[in-house]
Ligand binder design. Structure first.
Ligand SMILES: [Zn+2]
Length: 408
C-alpha cells in the first residue's frame, strides 16, 4: 500500500509569515514555500502555471501540427482548450481564448462521428465548451452553432449511467451550459427524461432495500466519481428531483457512509475489501467532493462530518506518486479547496496549498528521477501536467476553485 503514495511528512499547519525574510531563513525549500504570505505563493503558482501552459500547448498542439488525435477533455486536445479557457479566466489574456476556440473547432470536426456523448469524453464537452468560449468571444453565430450541435446529440439506448461515458456525464454538460450561458440554456424538459431513466435504472439495481440506487459499469457496481455512485449522485443533486428521488439520493450517500472502510476510505466498488485507492476516480477524494456538495445542498451535518472525515484520508494517503487530476496529487488537492469553500476553515486552504506546493517544489525532479509517474498521457488535463497547471491557476483564487469537469 505504501508504494502508491508518499508518506505525508508536511506539518499539519504552517502559518504564513508576514515577511518573506523570515521564511527565507528556513533550510527546507518546501517549508519555505509553505510559510510564504499567500500573495507571494500565489504569484509563484501563476508563473509556474503560465509557463506550464505554454509548454503544454507547444508539445500537444504546436509540435503536433495542430491535429487532433484524441479530442477528449480527459486525455486529449479539448483538455488543453479547457486549460486555456481557465487561463483566460484568470489573466483575461485574449490569446488564450482565441487559441481555446481554435482547438475546440478542430475537436468539433474530429468528434462529429463519435458515439460518446459526455462532457469529459464525448461530444457534449466539445459543444458545451465551444458555446461558452464563443459567448466570451462575443461570437453569436458560433455560440448558436454549438448550442444547435449540442441539442442534436443523441443518447444511445444502451448508454451507461456513470460520469465518463454515461448519462451523468451528459447531464453535467447541461449544468455547465446553464451555469455559463444562462440558467435556461438547457431546460429541465430536456434533461428530465434522462434523469428519470437514471433513477429508474438505479432503483432496478438497488440491492433490495440496502442502498436505494445502484448502477453497473462493465459488470461492476462502482462507488467512485468516474464510474460509480459518487459521480452519478453528484450530478443528480443539480437536477430537478421529486421528493422521493431526493430521499433516494440521500439514502445512497448514507449507505456509502455506513459502509466505508474502518480507515475512513471508500471502496472502489460494491463489496470490495481492498482499501488501496485514494483517487478522485476511485476512493475517498471523489466521494468527499460529492459529500461537500450534499452538505451544501441538503444543509445536513451528517454529510458535512463525512466530508471532513474523507478529507482526513486524503491528507494522510493522498500524496500520490502521480501528478494528474484523475488519480494524482492535483485532483486530491481539490478536496481541500472544496472543504475550504464549505467551511471557511483556513486549515483546508493550507492543506490544498501544501499539496500544490509539494508539486511546485518536487514534481519535476521526482518525475525526472522516475520516483513519480508523469502520466500515461503526460500533458493531458486528467492524467498529466495539464491538471497540475489547472490546479496552480485555481490556487490563485482558491475560494473560486472548482474541480474541472466535476464541480460547477
Ligand atoms: Zn483515475
Amino acid at each position: 500500500m505504501a508504494d502508491r503514495f508518499f508518506p505525508n511528512q508536511m506539518p499539519d499547519f504552517v502559518s504564513e509569515t508576514a515577511e518573506e525574510g523570515v521564511a527565507e531563513s528556513s533550510g527546507d525549500s518546501l517549508l519555505k514555500l509553505l510559510s510564504l504570505p499567500y500573495s507571494s505563493i500565489s504569484e509563484k503558482f501563476k508563473r509556474a502555471a503560465l509557463g506550464l501552459k505554454e509548454s503544454i500547448v507547444k508539445e500537444t498542439w504546436g509540435y503536433g501540427g495542430r491535429r487532433v488525435r484524441d479530442f477528449t477533455i480527459y486525455t486529449g486536445s479539448l483538455g488543453i482548450a479547457y486549460l486555456l479557457f481557465k487561463s483566460y479566466q484568470v489573466t483575461n489574456n485574449k490569446n488564450d481564448l482565441n487559441l481555446c476556440s481554435e482547438i475546440v473547432q478542430a475537436c468539433d470536426s474530429a468528434s462529429r462521428s463519435s458515439g460518446y456523448v459526455t462532457f469529459l469524453c464525448g461530444r457534449a464537452g466539445v459543444c458545451a465548451l465551444g458555446a461558452v468560449a464563443a459567448k466570451h468571444a462575443g461570437d453569436e453565430r458560433l455560440l448558436n452553432h454549438y448550442l444547435t450541435q449540442f441539442q442534436e446529440i443523441k443518447l444511445p439506448k444502451d448508454i451507461p449511467n456513470e460520469l465518463l461515458y454515461g448519462r451523468a456525464g451528459f447531464l453535467w454538460a447541461c449544468s455547465f451550459l446553464n451555469k455559463h450561458i444562462h440558467d435556461q440554456t438547457v431546460s429541465s424538459s430536456f434533461t428530465g427524461p434522462v434523469v428519470k431513466e437514471m433513477i429508474k435504472e438505479g432503483r432496478r439495481l438497488s440491492s433490495k432495500g440496502r442502498c436505494p440506487l445502484m448502477y453497473e459499469w462493465h459488470g461492476k457496481k462502482y462507488w467512485g466519481a468516474a464510474h460509480g455512485l459518487a459521480g452519478i449522485v453528484h450530478v443528480l443533486m443539480d437536477m430537478e428531483l421529486k421528493p422521493d428521488e431526493v430521499e433516494d439520493v440521500k439514502g445512497t450517500l448514507r449507505y456509502m457512509i455506513r459502509n466505508r472502510f474502518p480507515s475512513g476510505n471508500y471502496p472502489s466498488s460494491e463489496g470490495s475489501v481492498s482499501d488501496r485507492l485514494v483517487h478522485w476516480c476511485h476512493g475517498s477524494p471523489g466521494v468527499a467532493l460529492t459529500l461537500v456538495k450534499a452538505a451544501e445542498v441538503f444543509r445536513d451535518e451528517e454529510f458535512l462530518q463525512a466530508a471532513v472525515d474523507a478529507g482526513e484520508v486524503v491528507w494522510e494517503r493522498g500524496l500520490l506518486k502521480r501528478v494528474g487530476i484523475c488519480h494524482g496529487v492535483s485532483g486530491n488537492a481539490y478536496v481541500f479547496l472544496s472543504l475550504y469553500r464549505l467551511t471557511g476553515d483556513v486549515k483546508y486552504l493550507y492543506h490544498a496549498k501544501a499539496f500544490a506546493c509539494f508539486l511546485l517544489d518536487k514534481a519535476n525532479k521526482l518525475i525526472s528521477e522516475g520516483k513519480m509517474h508523469g502520466g500515461d498521457h503526460p500533458y493531458s488535463l486528467f492524467e498529466g501536467v495539464g491538471g497540475m497547471a489547472y490546479l496552480f491557476l485555481d490556487m490563485i483564487e482558491p475560494a473560486q476553485a472548482r474541480f474541472p469537469g466535476y464541480e460547477l
